[in-house]
Design a binder for this molecule. Structure first.
Ligand SMILES: [Zn+2]
Length: 221
């Protein structure tokens, strides 16, 4: 059954609360952090592995069939098969088709998931082959919306800056120093799907006045 806007809106009950998140962190030691800082230098002119004041959330699909397969892709710190760079790719979260949410990387750490936006974006993966799969799995969709809403409110990110990977080039936050990568993007979460997703996110309601806790000083996640 396809999730309707009304069904999604019915989930809204006041300010966003943290959904149930299983933490299963991938190895992110000193070497991977140093590689991430070097990546940030090459691509953004930054010199840090830290994700400071993120302004964007990028939605992805895993193009695989499980949370475990996604963990197995992100855990090893090896050059990615597409751009052949270090550190290994990752996203902060994955949402399974049953609605399970797993966190792989702390919110204070930069992940390689979207060329041009890693310096300022959280990445959220969805188990599936295309974004249409997510709309076919109501528990996954509801968990994704709850996670995204909580995360965006916590970080004071507007709905307009919740984007699909396929929308990366039109983000006002996109920046890339390596010329050959300036037009590089992927095809997951096309604008039509994201317009629908953002409408559902909006239907869930705003952030309220007391909802968003500051990122400052919160090292728990
Ligand atoms: Zn993607």
């Amino acid at each position: 059954m396809l999730a309707s806007l009304a069904a999604v809106a019915a989930l809204a009950a006041g300010p966003p609360v943290a959904p149930l998140i299983v933490q299963r962190f991938i190895p992110f030691g000193a070497q991977r952090k140093a590689e991430t800082a070097a990546y940030a230098r090459r691509h953004y002119g930054l010199d840090t592995w830290r994700l400071v004041r993120p302004r964007v959330i990028v939605e992805h699909v895993t193009v695989n069939d499980s949370i475990q397969a996604t963990y197995n892709t992100f855990a090893p710190d090896r050059p990615d098969p597409e751009l052949h760079e270090l550190p290994g790719v990752c996203s902060h979260f994955v949402v399974g088709q049953d609605g399970t949410i797993v966190q792989f990387v702390r919110l204070s750490v930069m992940c390689r998931h979207t060329v041009g936006l890693n310096w300022t974006a959280y990445g959220i993966e969805h188990v599936g082959r295309t974004e249409a799969d997510v709309f076919r799995h109501p528990r996954q969709l509801a968990a994704s919306l709850a996670l995204t809403r909580w995360l965006r409110c916590r970080a004071h990110i507007g709905v307009a800056n919740v984007i699909g990977h396929a929308e990366s080039l039109s983000s006002p936050y996109h920046r890339e120093r390596v010329a050959r990568l300036r037009r590089q993007t992927h095809s997951d979460w096309q604008p039509a799907a994201m317009r629908r997703y953002r409408a559902m996110l909006t239907a869930l309601g705003g952030c309220g006045t007391s909802a968003a806790s500051s990122l400052a000083g919160d090292t728990r996640r």
